[in-house]
Unconditional design. Structure first.
Length: 230
């Protein structure tokens, strides 16, 4: 029973939603993509655990980003391939050890959240804007089917992952943007190729978006509590 109580009702809703969506896509299309199914379920487990500030997210994150790299390669989203294969995979190990150093007193699994200053937020906005525009031009040159969306998901994810490892609550604003852009990208891929796996991936990112909104409120509240107790 304690394992059932580990997740809140909302978190159970997210987990059951992604499992249900996999079955819905199967019944609609008649196709079952096992790699996409494993990637989506492990991915939602990862982000739910991130929102809880639980260090075990990195195990499921490693499974998800490895499979997602392979799936993105098949579609030709090279920004996603580079992001997941060259950045996310090693960051799962780096993040695990960084989080271990920032676990709350009396806890070996949960971290303490914090906020960026106003100046840091301004710098973050300017840097992200230039990265998206520059990356979009490069990806467009190499024939990416959605260059600026791919650039948005790639560079904002890099920055958001860094903020996540450093336990800043502002990561969630970037994750929300990444989620919206990625939903559009994989929906476009489904329209082009009519591949059921693409629809499953798009549905995963819809659940990610709901979790990111939830994570934003959870981490902002945790950061505020931490600042009052320091």
């Amino acid at each position: 029973m304690k394992y059932l109580k580990f997740f809140s009702p909302y978190e159970w809703f997210l987990l059951l939603t992604i499992v249900s969506l996999n079955f819905v896509v199967f019944f609609i299309t008649g196709e079952w993509d096992i790699l996409s199914a494993i990637a989506t379920v492990s991915g939602v487990l990862c982000v739910v655990l991130v929102a809880k500030g639980h260090i075990s997210n990195y195990l499921f994150g490693l499974i998800q980003v490895s499979l997602y790299t392979y799936l993105s390669w098949g579609v030709g989203y090279w920004g996603e391939v580079a992001l997941n294969g060259l950045y996310y995979v090693p960051m799962q190990f780096i993040g695990f050890f960084m989080w271990r150093k920032r676990t709350r007193e009396g806890s070996r699994t949960r971290v303490t959240a914090k906020n960026l200053s106003g100046t840091q937020r301004l710098v973050l906005t300017v840097v992200c804007t230039f990265l998206i525009l520059g990356g979009g031009l490069v990806l467009k040159h190499y024939g990416d089917p959605a260059p600026y969306l791919d650039s948005t998901t790639t560079f904002l994810s890099v920055v958001a992952m860094f903020l996540m490892v450093k336990t800043y609550a502002e990561q969630w604003y970037l994750w929300i943007t990444v989620n919206v852009a990625t939903i559009i990208m994989w929906s476009m891929a489904f329209v082009r190729e009519q591949d059921a796996g693409h629809l499953i991936i798009a549905s995963m990112w819809c659940v990610y978006l709901l979790n990111s909104i939830h994570g934003l409120f959870e981490w902002k509240r945790a950061a505020k509590t931490a600042s009052l107790t320091n």
